[in-house]
Design a protein around this ligand. Structure first.
Ligand code: EPU
Length: 436
């Protein structure tokens, strides 16, 4: 699916189930390969990013299969190859987690640097420094990180910024290191807690996940364990905003409302009615919302991954809202596309000043990254007339069955044949449920 046409102006109604967390699944799939016996993982979202990561693990010798009930079986017994393939690794940031895996299991790793992307420069210097502090010799050569560490040794590591990816990579590496590692200024995102619970189920000794300081007592080996991935809070937030922007009424099933505290507060301030159950949320929205200001922050602050859909929503609110992005340095690229739909948004450095207009008008727009795609889809759902989105493969990277789910809520979305070569089609075929 490369292009879709969205018919705007239909309020979304009904119920939709939220898939497992992308960012949890990416970390946990790699963690599963730390063990030389099988893990059976449930609630893994089978979108492109997960499929590409599974393909990378298989290239390294890890057995990864998906059964007919969409459970992913991972066994790291065959892990032999310490060189990760550039063509696959470059496709997603989370693939850099194989660096921690390879160092822990094989004592060496050659992994391409992930490079920048549409949301800003995304260096891995904190990851590399952390590996060095655990005793690895690390060099960057010919686009690859080359690291060697016959024995990783636990130590105290202060992470410069509470980086999610660094915390994941160091958790993976330290789990099999000799002695105790203390991660200070660790990320506190629910995905870090999920990974730590799973690692402990495998026999690791991780304490303090969800706080600034995580202690990892290294163990000699880990064993496979069954595990169910947490719901995707960003997908849930995106559907809440989709309901809100169309003035609809939607029940989200399989969610953890506590993981969505900041978005719930901001949506409520804007006039959205949010009713919380134990594992569901009901969202009902008036036809026009109030403008509210938002600043993205590390968890439990407002997630950067919901900044784009939130700006799309504020684009139609009554008044002016100020949205400040503090995590990534170039995450407003999609604003030009929103402007093509009539949005009145001015971007100054890290801040978008969003003056609400009564309606967007449908236009052809180009999706350049995952969450930008979510923002443009939301704008299209609310717009007058039709919006043609190109580059929909970006949405398929991180939202499982996004278009199908929107359709169950009443959205009218038509798929068009792709005009250019679809870079992602191979990845989609790499692992097919029930076949592999
Ligand atoms: N940073 C560095 N050096 C590093 C690592 C990070 O300077 O070595 C900087 C980044 O450039 C960024 C900030 O630190 O400015 C935070 O980056 P972080 O490492 O926390 O982000 P990440 O691990 O690269 C994950 C998610 C992102 C999510 C961020 C923030 C995965 C696979 N990705 O990225 O998810 O936005 O945390 O919560 O878990 C998405 O799902 O759309 C997405 C981009």
């Amino acid at each position: 699916m490369g292009r879709v046409v969205v018919q705007g102006g239909i309020p979304l109604r009904g119920a939709v189930g939220v898939s497992g967390s992308k960012n949890s699944a990416l970390a946990i799939l790699v963690a599963a390969a730390l063990a030389e016996s099988e893990s059976v993982l449930e609630n893994v979202p089978l979108h492109t990013d997960v499929r590409v990561l599974c393909a990378i693990l298989r290239e390294l010798g890890v057995s990864v299969t998906i059964d007919s009930q969409r459970r992913v079986h991972v066994n790291g017994a065959g892990l032999r190859t310490a060189v990760a393939p550039y063509d696959l690794v470059r496709r997603l940031r989370g693939s850099f987690y194989v660096a921690g895996l390879l160092l822990a299991r094989l004592g060496q790793a050659e992994v391409p640097l992930p490079g920048g992307c549409a949301i800003g420069s995304r260096p891995v210097d904190f990851h590399l420094r952390g590996f060095q502090q655990l005793g690895a010799q690390v060099q960057v050569e010919h686009g690859y990180m080359k690291a060697v560490a016959p024995h990783l040794t636990g130590t105290r590591i202060y992470i410069n910024r509470a980086s999610v990816g660094t915390t994941v990579n160091l958790l993976l590496a330290a789990s099999l290191a000799q002695g105790t590692t203390v991660l200070e200024n660790a990320a506190k995102e629910p995905e870090i807690v999920d990974l730590s619970i799973y690692l402990n189920a495998m026999g690791a000794r991780v304490r303090g996940a969800g706080t600034d300081v995580i202690r990892i007592d290294g163990v000699r080996r880990l064993r496979g364990a069954p595990y169910t991935i947490i719901p995707d809070r960003i997908e849930a937030g995106t559907f809440m905003m989709a309901a809100a922007i169309t003035g609809g009424e939607v029940e989200l099933q399989q969610v953890v409302p506590e993981h969505l505290r900041a978005p719930i507060v901001k949506l409520s301030e804007a006039g959205v009615q949010v009713t919380e159950g134990d594992s569901h949320l009901r969202v009902a929205a008036p036809t026009r919302l109030r403008a509210v200001d938002v600043e993205t922050a590390v968890y439990p602050g407002f997630p950067t991954d919901l900044q784009q859909p939130f700006v799309a929503l504020m684009g139609l609110a009554e008044g002016t809202s100020v949205v400040r992005e503090t995590i990534f340095d170039a995450r407003f690229g999609y604003v030009d596309e929103l402007r093509r739909m009539g949005a009145d948004i001015k971007v100054e450095r890290d801040t978008a000043i969003v003056r609400g207009i009564p309606r967007y008008t449908g236009a052809p727009v180009q999706v350049t990254d995952l969450r930008a795609g979510a923002a443009l889809m939301l704008a299209g759902l609310a717009a007058e007339g039709e919006t043609e989105l190109s580059g929909v493969e970006h949405l398929e990277r991180g939202y499982e069955g996004f278009v199908a789910k929107l359709r169950t809520l009443g959205a009218q979305i038509q798929e068009l044949p792709s005009t250019a070569g679809d870079d992602w089609s191979d990845a989609g075929r790499m692992l097919t449920p029930g076949v592999e």
